[in-house]
Design a binder for this molecule. Structure first.
Ligand code: SF4
Length: 171
């Protein structure tokens, strides 16, 4: 394990989508645990702030799935939940910034947490370029946003090594 000049383990504060850690916070009451994320958060360098913008939106669970339709967010039932998604995102972004997190690992393709690709609003499994509501707000606030796919692609250890190097987060 790499140590700094004082022999201390450098610290990387990450915010992570809670469903990736196995918490049952999804719209259907389920979770999306991911092996690479389990490995990531077990590394001694990593401090984790769990976030879930949809839980923070206080929408009922279970509920129908949501997708982004242009700038809006709509449930498969047709209900427009844009306002609730933005309210949840605002609460979580405030928490992330208050905690000093500069890096986020977020659930891919989600209408809240998707980073660069989201479902296209047709509920047909089709993806388009775009960001989830909370992920876009985090990005705009200067937080570097990645998905579990990004972590898996390079491996948890390498992801942390690169993040420490590029963010200057070692403290
Ligand atoms: S809002 Fe994000 S963290 Fe919460 S369940 Fe959806 S993808 Fe996971």
């Amino acid at each position: 394990m790499a140590r700094d000049e004082r022999g201390a383990v450098p610290r990387l504060r990450l915010c992570v989508s809670d469903c990736l850690l196995g918490t049952r916070c999804r719209y259907d009451g389920g979770s999306k645990p991911h092996a690479a994320i389990r490995e990531l958060v077990a590394l001694p360098e990593v401090e984790v702030l769990r976030l879930c913008p949809e839980r923070a939106s206080r929408l009922p669970v279970p509920r129908p799935p949501a997708e982004r339709v242009g700038e809006r967010v709509v449930l498969r039932s047709g209900e427009d939940v844009t306002e609730a998604f933005h309210a949840g995102a605002e609460r979580e972004v405030a928490r992330v910034l208050a905690a000093g997190c500069t890096i986020a690992v977020l659930k891919a393709k989600s209408p809240s947490c998707g980073t660069g690709r989201v479902y296209d609003g047709t509920f047909s499994g089709t993806l388009r370029a775009g960001w989830g509501v909370a992920a876009g707000s985090l990005r705009d606030a200067g937080v570097a946003c990645f998905s579990e796919e990004d972590v898996e692609a390079v491996g948890a250890r390498e992801f942390v090594a690169r993040a420490l190097e590029s963010s200057g987060s070692a403290r």
